[in-house]
Write a protein that binds this ligand. Structure first.
Ligand SMILES: [Zn+2]
Length: 265
C-alpha cells in the first residue's frame, strides 16, 4: 500500500448562504446564521501518479450562472504543475453540475463512475425539475459520449481502485454517490463529498436539502462514521471550514488546502 498519497482540495468557488439553506429542519433560532458553501474538487498525488476526484463546474456554466470563480478549476491544476492532458484517472463521485463539468478537458483520462448514477441523470428523474436542476445537460451529455467512447469504467459496491484509494458507495444524496477514502501519512482520510456536505449535517442529522432518499442519506452518516471513526480525518464536501482549517499549498492560499496534513483548530 502507498503511504504517500497527498490530498489537495481545490476550493474554486464560494457562495454566501444562511444556515437554513444548508440543512432541513434547521432550528428557528439558528436559521439566519451565516454559513457559506464552498465548491471544491480534489487531487490525490504520490511519487508516481495523480488521480483527480471530480472536475468542478465549467467556465461556461459559471458564466451562465453568474458565478465568479475564486480560481478556475483546470487552470489551477496547471498552476500546480498537473497537466490535465496527462491525467489518466478521474473519479466522478456523482454527476451533479458542480462535480462533473470540464470532462472534455481531460482528453486522456478514463472516468470511474458508479453504475447507478448515469441512469439517474438520464432516465425518469431527468424530466423532473426537482432532480434535474442539480444536473447540467451539457455535462451529462459529455458523460454519455464518454461511455460510448469506452472511457467510463462503471463500479458497483465498494471498490479498491489503487493501493491506498478506496471508493465507498454511499447513496441517498444520489443513487450512485461515491465517497473516497485515501491513505496518507496521518492515516485514512475520508472524503465524504456530498454524503456530508457539511460535518454539521451529519452531527445534527439534518441533511442538506438535495437528496433522493432521506433514509439512505441518514444511513450514510452512520456508514461514514464507521469508515472514519476519527472526525479529524473526515472531510465534508462543501464545508467552508476546510479551507480555513487546513494548511494551504504554498502560493495557493485560500485556493488549495493540503488535507494530508493535520488541520488547525
Ligand atoms: Zn451533489
Amino acid at each position: 500500500m502507498s503511504n504517500g498519497w497527498e490530498i489537495f482540495a481545490i476550493r474554486y468557488s464560494r457562495l454566501p448562504r444562511k444556515r437554513r439553506e444548508n440543512m432541513i429542519f434547521c432550528p428557528p433560532e439558528r436559521q439566519d446564521e451565516e454559513m457559506p458553501i464552498d465548491y471544491s474538487f480534489w487531487v490525490l498525488r504520490n511519487e508516481a501518479e495523480v488521480w483527480v476526484v471530480d472536475t468542478g463546474y465549467s467556465t461556461e456554466l459559471a458564466a451562465q450562472l453568474g458565478r465568479t470563480f475564486i480560481c478556475d478549476p483546470i487552470e489551477t491544476l496547471r498552476e500546480m504543475g498537473i497537466a490535465p492532458e496527462a491525467v489518466r484517472n478521474v473519479i466522478l463521485t456523482h454527476l451533479h453540475y458542480d462535480h462533473a463539468g470540464n470532462l472534455h478537458r481531460f482528453p486522456n483520462a478514463r472516468f470511474l463512475l458508479h453504475a447507478a448514477e448515469l441512469p439517474f441523470a438520464t432516465g425518469w428523474y431527468a424530466k423532473e425539475p426537482t432532480f434535474a436542476f442539480a444536473f447540467n445537460k451539457v455535462h451529462v451529455m459529455q458523460a454519455v459520449e464518454l461511455v460510448y467512447d469506452r472511457r467510463v469504467d462503471f463500479v458497483e459496491g465498494d471498490t479498491v481502485v489503487a493501493p491506498g484509494i478506496e471508493l465507498y458507495h454511499i447513496p441517498g444524496h444520489s443513487p450512485g454517490h461515491l465517497s473516497v477514502r485515501v491513505h496518507t501519512t496521518r492515516g485514512w482520510v475520508l472524503l465524504a463529498v456530498d454524503a456530508a456536505h457539511f460535518i454539521d449535517n451529519m452531527v445534527e442529522r439534518r441533511p442538506y436539502p438535495i437528496y433522493l432518499d432521506l433514509h439512505e442519506t441518514l444511513m450514510g452518516y452512520d456508514r461514514l462514521a464507521e469508515l472514519c471513526p476519527n472526525p479529524e480525518l473526515l472531510i465534508g464536501g462543501h464545508d467552508s471550514s476546510v479551507i480555513e482549517r487546513y494548511p494551504s499549498l504554498p502560493g495557493f492560499e485560500g485556493k488549495v488546502a493540503a488535507l494530508h496534513l493535520a488541520p488547525g483548530p
